[in-house]
Design a protein. Structure first.
Length: 283
């Protein structure tokens, strides 16, 4: 669920009804339940902020293909909606992700964000924007929420609030910005309190000529966010046997773990073993 429900008594329902419990409130929240996923790829150059192209060229593209298989699965209770964009240092991709969430958010669904390299910068920025600008889920003023009316998202005000909006899972992979990757004033690796779990894969072997490298993330509020930092600097690459993971391979080397982290958050099937290529073994 993408809302931390207020457990204290809240404002009376319109029409004289009273919210006596969390279950009483949630019983009024219905309509199609949508799980929303935002995926940011690496720096897109002239295509920055544009839709991520398909194909198997990158780990992020592979990830999108796998998540699209979930969206094509006949839904039982939930549907999955996905937007995938090229990374862009600036507002363009962040605003698109923000508007996508505003349009597709459902309090009983799951909200997930993924970002690789420059897209990781965007993913962290989007989380902070959500924390600032869409902190609460509330019911429309003067109306009893009804079937098919999912309510609205925004700052607390006249409408009675159900609870705080949260990001169920934030996945960041080698958050970086070229030679400025280690400059905290450029790459902000703090995780907003609206994020419940951040799975952060990174390495410190900057790719030649690009000089991008990741680093550990830090929760803004450790009581609100569980940050799991996974350092792959000495891990052998699955993509290039015999070589260590670097910035150019880490999205390919982690996409499988990412897919199953997302599936687990969605409550999908159990995770199978990693399909290592013939002749390759874990080191």
């Amino acid at each position: 669920m993408s809302v931390d429900v207020f457990t204290r008594p809240v404002a009376p329902y319109p029409l004289g009804k009273t919210w006596k419990s969390t279950a009483d409130v949630l019983d009024q929240v219905s309509g199609p339940i949508t799980d929303a996923i935002v995926i940011y790829g690496g720096w897109g150059g002239r295509q920055a902020g544009k839709p991520l192209p398909g194909g198997p060229q990158t780990g992020t593209a592979q990830l999108v293909q796998e998540i699209e298989k979930i969206t094509r699965t006949p839904p039982v209770l939930h549907s999955v909606k996905l937007i995938s964009l090229e990374g862009a240092m600036g507002d363009s991709s962040v605003v698109q992700g923000f508007n996508f969430i505003k349009t597709n958010f459902h309090p009983l669904g799951r909200l997930m964000i993924y970002g690789y390299s420059m897209g990781g910068v965007d993913a962290l920025a989007l989380s902070r924007k959500l924390d600032r600008e869409l902190p609460h889920y509330h019911f429309p003023s003067g109306k009893l929420i009804s079937r098919g009316m999912p309510g609205s998202v925004g700052k607390p005000g006249t409408p009675p609030s159900l609870g705080r909006v949260r990001v169920d899972l934030l996945i960041t992979v080698d958050v970086a910005f070229g030679p400025l990757s280690t400059a905290s004033v450029v790459v902000n690796r703090t995780v907003a309190p609206c994020v419940r779990k951040n799975l952060n894969f990174y390495e410190t072997n900057p790719k030649p000529r690009v000089f991008s490298q990741g680093g550990p993330n830090t929760p803004e509020n450790p009581q609100a966010t569980d940050v799991v930092n996974v350092d792959l600097s000495r891990r052998r690459s699955h993509l290039r046997p015999g070589q260590e993971v670097d910035h150019g391979t880490i999205d390919n080397d982690t996409w499988y773990e990412v897919v199953w982290a997302i599936r687990g958050t969605l409550g999908s099937e159990a995770r199978p073993p990693f399909p290592f290529p013939t002749g390759v073994f874990a080191t």
